[in-house]
Write a protein that binds this ligand. Structure first.
Ligand code: HEM
Length: 196
């Protein structure tokens, strides 16, 4: 529970910040929304995050491009099935490449582009009912921490955008290469100077 909850939550936050730094237009849009909601208060409280559709779209889009557990957790088929003409015998170990699905050009327009607007006014959600988008998996073994992870990360992103201006420091900060492993981390750390 500890590993499943911490590594994923922190890496998805890093990816979201990385994409915001790479896309100043999106960062500006998010800051405008945050400053409108914050109205000069010391911080944006949790209940106000619900009034920030652009922030939610930013979080969704970051999870689409950077699925934290790219291959989810493997399954085993419990009966013989035929899928798209392939015979899958009972007892086969099945890996689902959620990373590839989230970048499939037959599903997503310009899949490599970070564009949160695609999630505005869209029914697409990450709760496991849209198989085109499965950052938290789906079904009985889907992630039980969705609500907690989304609440924490949206709150942090909202307040970072609300409070700070960011200037890049590190030469590799915008390099979006991934590490190997069950959880996809950013290969190079983000180095930024945050000013009030
Ligand atoms: C952005 C953050 C997170 C992401 C992207 C994420 C993603 C996932 C994924 C993809 C799975 C496998 C689901 C499947 O194969 O269908 C999973 C399982 C799991 N997650 Fe998360 N998770 C996150 C945060 C959390 C948090 C905060 C907690 C707990 C507080 C948590 C607890 C778990 C547990 C216990 C499982 C195993 C469930 C099972 O096998 O029945 N996760 N998570």
């Amino acid at each position: 529970m500890y590993g499943a909850g911490t590594d994923t939550t922190s890496t998805s936050l890093v990816w979201a910040i990385g994409e915001l730094l790479r896309n100043p237009r999106v960062m500006k849009e998010l800051q405008q929304e945050a400053r409108k909601i914050g109205r000069g208060r010391p911080m944006i409280p949790e209940e106000d995050v619900e009034k920030m559709p652009y922030l939610k779209a930013v979080f969704r889009e970051a999870l689409r491009l950077h699925v934290p557990i790219p291959l989810l957790v493997p399954r085993q088929s419990t009966q013989d099935v035929k899928i798209f003409g392939y015979d899958i015998p009972s007892g086969t170990q099945v890996w689902i490449n959620a990373w590839a699905i989230a970048r499939d050009p037959s599903i997503w327009e310009e899949p490599e582009v970070f564009r949160p607007e695609r999630f505005l006014n869209s029914p697409m959600d990450y709760i496991g009912s849209h198989f085109e988008y499965l950052p938290f998996g789906a079904g009985r073994r889907g992630c039980p921490g969705i609500k907690f992870a989304a609440t924490i990360n949206e709150l942090v992103l909202a307040n970072l955008a609300y409070k700070f201006e960011f200037a890049l420091e590190g030469e590799h900060s915008l390099d979006m290469s991934e590490t190997d492993g069950m959880t996809a981390h950013k290969k190079y750390p983000i180095l930024v100077k945050a000013t009030l």
